[in-house]
Structures are given as structure tokens and as C-alpha cells.
Ligand binder design. Sequence first.
Ligand SMILES: [Zn+2]
Length: 184
Amino acid sequence: MKWRKEFEIAFMGLKAGEHDFIYKIEDSFFEQFAKQDFDQAKIEVKMTLDKNVNYFLLHFDIHGQANTLCDRCGDTMTMNIWDEFDHVVKLVATDDVESKNEGDPEVTYISQSDSLLDVSKLVYEYCIFSLPIQKVHADNDQGESGCNQETLKILNKQEKHTSNKMWDALKNKIENKNLDHGAS
Ligand SMILES: [Zn+2]
């Protein structure tokens, strides 16, 4: 697949030491892996590869934005995506690759006979790890919620209504109990 090409690093031809790679990540990249609950992604992944004889140190620096739905009000919001990750790629004997790759998620093992390192899956995983856990509109400068105020009002009303109803039901229960008690 063509999109993968830029993520395939022909490391044999690289000199020892650090090399920088910049990836511009958009929706089409994520779609190759799975359906996402965000879109309009504009993410820059800066990857530094430090080449050593039998291993490479990778550093991922992730910065960007994407649109998603706010967990609180349901409106579209822009979320900031940023984080940093270190990853190690070790070159091992071909026979060991499969068994070793089942261990540490921060280490990838590839065969000494390989000449290409495909980092697309690592870029994908680290972008997903960089998503904020809480997707809620940020407060504005006045410290007020940036959420859709109309929606919040309706949600608050519903909440009150529900809790009033629960309170009424509880009161009824208590009153009925008292009546029962009085009758016996
Ligand atoms: Zn919101």
C-alpha cells in the first residue's frame, strides 16, 4: 500500500546516530487501522531514530488537534493531542522475533535479516495514546464552561426533575410505611 511507504524506514542505509522523521497524520491514516470517534485530525508526529548497532532508540513527539464530541454537552469540540513516547527496536535472530514480541509493549523486536522498519503501527498506537481521556469543552477566560449552555440547561433541568421524582417516590414510600405501621 502506498500510504505505508513513508513509514518504512530503510535503516540499513542510515548512518549511526540520530535521524529525524516528520509525519503529518490525518483521518485517512487512522482509517487504515480502525474507525475512530474523531475526525479532522491534524497531527504532527516527530520521530527521532537513534541508530545503534543492534538496537534503535525511537522517540515520538506528538502534537495536534482533532474534532470529537464533547462528553458533557454532545457538541463538536476540538481536542488537543500531545504526548511523548520512547520506544526501543532491537535486532535479534529471526527465530526469536515472534516469541520476544509478546513481552514488553515498549520494545519491538525485528529480525537481523530485515532491512525495513515499518513504524506505521507505532505511530498509530502512540497517536491513540495521546488522545485526552476526558473530552470536555475547556472553560473560557471567565472560568465558565465552554459547553453548549442551552444543552446544559436542559440537562440540569432533567437531572432536577429526575431527582425530584426520586425524592417524591421515597417520600411516598416512607409515608406508606408509616400508615402501615399505624394500622398494625
Ligand atoms: Zn461541551
